[in-house]
Design a protein around this ligand. Sequence first.
Ligand code: URA
Length: 311
Amino acid sequence: MFDEAIDEVLNYLEAQKERGVKYVQVSPETLKSLLAEPETERQKPGSARSSSRAMPRKSFDFAPSFDVSSLSARAPLPSGRIQKPGNINLYSGMDIEIKLGAPLTREEKLAKMEVLREEVLKCGKCTHLASSRRNVVFGTGDVDSPLLFIGEAPGADEDIEGEPFVGRAGQLLMKIIAAMGLSREKVFIANILKCRPDTPGQTSGNRPPTPQEMQICYPWLVKQIEIIQPRVIVALGATAVNALLAQTVPISRIRGKFQPFHGMQVMPTFHPSYLLRYANATVKRQVWEDMLQVMEFLGMEISEKQRGYFL
Ligand code: URA
């Protein structure tokens, strides 16, 4: 229980750090209770509690074509349920079934996605977001791609353009995708939330989506996934990872490890905003290794040059 509480705090702090938050306020009471380790845990020899959970510190320059249509057909994937670390879980409501069904043709996917887009563009489930948004950011790319990137939520730039990942973080993501030999048109890119989280009274800045907003919006993403039928989903940052896996685990612990996900694979990695703010060579390489794993899994050709980025 103690470890789970620590994980929850770490997870929250990492998500804040991804967003550029440098300091958080902690009341003396909270600090005291955090420092007061439960007797039972302290007395256990070899207790799993770790005092050295490395928090990655601190733009990212990805050097740069590969045709995704050359990717092999869906391979059998490892099955298994996602581990739930504990009973503090803000995302448990998002653990909903995703049914991939029989393979769809590109034409079928295009038609279904268009119908879905029409529906999502009219969505008013979160009245506060529907009234504050300029555009619904549905998602973009190849509906038939085996590779889906999922971010958190549109920011101000995306809200204006109606396209995901067009701001600074988006430009960095495009460099990463280009370094894989791909492009925005060859993968699909979407977010957990389709509307920009509102920031009443603020003229600038973004805020993370609330678990409630994500829970309301997530079924749209589930439908997108069911249409795209990707083999790999790259979950960008703590919010996307938590939402997809319906669990709270610090991103630094889970990144780089494929997670079975309803017959697909999720690759958790750092959000490009985090890289913009904090990436040193080690973190850049970590993200790149995550992408190399994705490329290997998809059977993509990897050049020596690509293997050596950030070494
Ligand atoms: N960050 C996200 O997570 N998604 C976007 O679309 C843009 C920035």
